[in-house]
Each structure stands twice: as structure tokens, then as C-alpha cells.
Design a protein around this ligand. Structure first.
Ligand code: P6P
Length: 283
């Protein structure tokens, strides 16, 4: 019997096929901004509308929220789970034909919800192939999405202990001195720089090879850029379920509770050793 959470990710997988198929015709900017003040692409709006319609139609889903809309949308019927999405993460990469993704967090409390309320999380990566990682029940499964078909690529995905890659957002002159010295420190470990402007694609490198991804606090922007509910929580849940660690600089992102739906936070996710060193460097 397919349970409600499985049905959510089945729906995300079939919707991903439609999103990928629509990208070529939706590269233009819509004349609108999202609640974070970022310009929306037609593809952002399309992905968000499809996910809202299809997820709210599921019996188990009680509400839907996304980076692309101000508030939470309630389902007609009360459902046990509340889904927070970044419908097209890294959509600015569409212009340059680079990786993008869809991020999904499934909470059993109404939104905005604490990280402790996450019962499942996942992300779709629109890369050379389309893959989806799903974290639930203490394990991460990687799927290959091929049109309407979904097949298991990897069971029990585990982030390698020995780090290989790193990537941090923001302009280097805007980094704090403490963070800058941490980066100098780990660069001495001969890590390879991998930063492509889409969190999902960069995080997938980290979970594949080991390392760390982050969008740090900045001198003029101590909260950083990424949204806690739509990016920080679900990606931290995937990484921690795969044996890695997450932090906002001082604690796990899953211990952070958003006051507002679009609250931003510094985000660091990756191999536990590098996250531990980061928290020490920032303390
Ligand atoms: P920057 C995409 O807009 C995003 O939200 C994340 O996917 C990505 O990691 C980050 O912002 C990129 O930000 O400042 O490097 O363009």
C-alpha cells in the first residue's frame, strides 16, 4: 500500500518530468518577484503552480508553501502533512544551461514549522540525467527519473567521510574574517572548489564525493541568503540522514525554528568533520 509520503514523492517525480519538459520554453523572466525580492522566471511560476495543484490534490497533504508565494495555501480537506517547496532552485542557471533542482520538505506540523517536524525530505536534480534523492525513515534513496518512470539507483546513500569538494556562496570580500580564515584553513587540505550557483547541484557533489557546501553569513547580511524552511531544513535533513552534518554556524539547521516562512539563514551542509571545524572556527 502506498503511504501518503510515498505518494508525495511519486507526485514530485512525475511533476519533475513535466517541469524538465517545459524549461526550454520558459527561460524568460516573468514580470514578477518572489517574496524574497528575487526576479521570477516563467519556469519558476510554472513549477510552483504544478506542484501546488498536484500536491494539494493528495489526501495526505493539508497545505503547501513555496519560495515563490507569500503565504501557505491550505488544502480543501485537512491532510496530515504540510509540504514546503523550492520549486525550481537555482533557476537563474536556466539562462546558462547549468544544473537546477526542486527541493521538497514534508512536515507533520503546520508551516512555518520547526526542523524537528520534518518527516521526509528530498530534492530533484535536473542534470545530464534527472535524479531524485529522498530521505525518510533514517535512510536516503537515490532514484533515476526517466519520463514517468522512477527506478532505484542507490539505496542507503552515505556521504563519504573523507572530504574532496567545497563550495561557498556570496562574494569573498563580503565574507566575515572568521569565515574567511576557515576557508583558508580547509583550502590547505587540498579540497577542490565546486560552486555552480544552484544549491541542489552543489549539494549533490558534496553528497557524492564528500566535502562541504555553504552560503555563509555576510558582513552586511548576517542572515545570509538561503531560506531556512525551503532550502536549509530539507537539505540539512537529507545530508544528516546520509550521515553528514548541517549548521547555521552554531547548531544543526534541524534545531532551528523559523519565525517567518521566508526567514533566511546561513547554511552549511556536508561531511561532519568539516562542519565541526566550521563551528569551532566561528565560535
Ligand atoms: P548566488 C539560487 O538562487 C540559490 O537560492 C541557491 O540555489 C544557490 O546556492 C544560491 O542561491 C546562489 O546564490 O549569490 O551565488 O547567485
Amino acid at each position: 500500500m502506498t503511504d501518503a509520503i510515498e505518494t508525495v514523492f511519486e507526485t514530485v517525480a512525475t511533476t519533475a518530468a513535466d517541469v524538465r519538459g517545459a524549461l526550454a520554453e520558459r527561460r524568460a523572466y516573468a514580470d514578477a518577484e518572489n517574496p524574497s525580492g528575487e526576479q521570477q522566471l516563467a519556469a519558476d511560476v510554472y513549477a510552483d503552480e504544478l506542484l501546488e495543484e498536484r500536491l494539494l490534490a493528495l489526501d495526505g497533504v493539508g497545505s503547501y508553501a513555496s519560495e515563490e508565494r507569500d503565504g501557505v495555501v491550505e488544502a480543501d480537506d485537512a491532510g496530515q502533512y504540510h509540504v514546503a517547496c523550492d520549486p525550481l532552485d537555482g533557476s537563474s542557471n536556466l539562462q546558462s544551461n547549468n544544473g537546477m533542482g526542486t527541493i521538497v520538505g514534508v512536515f507533520d506540523e503546520s508551516l512555518p514549522a520547526p526542523g524537528s517536524a520534518l518527516v521526509a525530505s528530498g530534492f530533484v536534480l535536473y542534470g545530464p540525467i534527472t535524479t531524485m534523492l529522498v530521505a525518510r525513515g533514517g535512510t536516503v534513496t537515490e532514484y533515476l527519473l526517466d519520463g514517468e518512470e522512477r527506478s532505484v539507483l542507490t539505496e542507503d546513500v552515505a556521504i563519504p567521510d573523507d572530504p574532496v569538494v567545497y563550495g561557498f556562496g556570496g562574494r569573498i570580500p563580503d565574507w566575515t574574517d572568521q569565515f574567511r580564515s576557515y576557508v583558508d584553513d580547509i583550502e590547505a587540505d587540498r579540497l577542490k572548489l565546486r560552486y555552480g550557483g544552484a544549491m541542489v547541484a552543489d549539494v549533490n557533489q558534496v553528497i557524492t564525493y564528500g566535502g562541504i557546501f555553504g552560503y555563509p553569513m555576510l558582513e552586511e547580511r548576517p542572515e545570509g541568503k538561503l531560506r531556512l524552511q525551503f532550502e536549509g531544513h530539507p537539505i540539512a535533513h537529507v545530508i544528516e540522514t546520509a550521515g553528514g552534518a548541517s549548521s547555521n554556524g552554531t547548531q544543526s539547521l534541524l534545531d532551528c525554528d523559523p519565525d517567518g516562512l521566508h526567514e533566511r539563514t546561513p547554511v552549511f551542509v556536508g561531511s561532519e568533520s568539516l562542519v565541526d571545524r566550521l563551528e569551532s572556527a566561528l565560535s
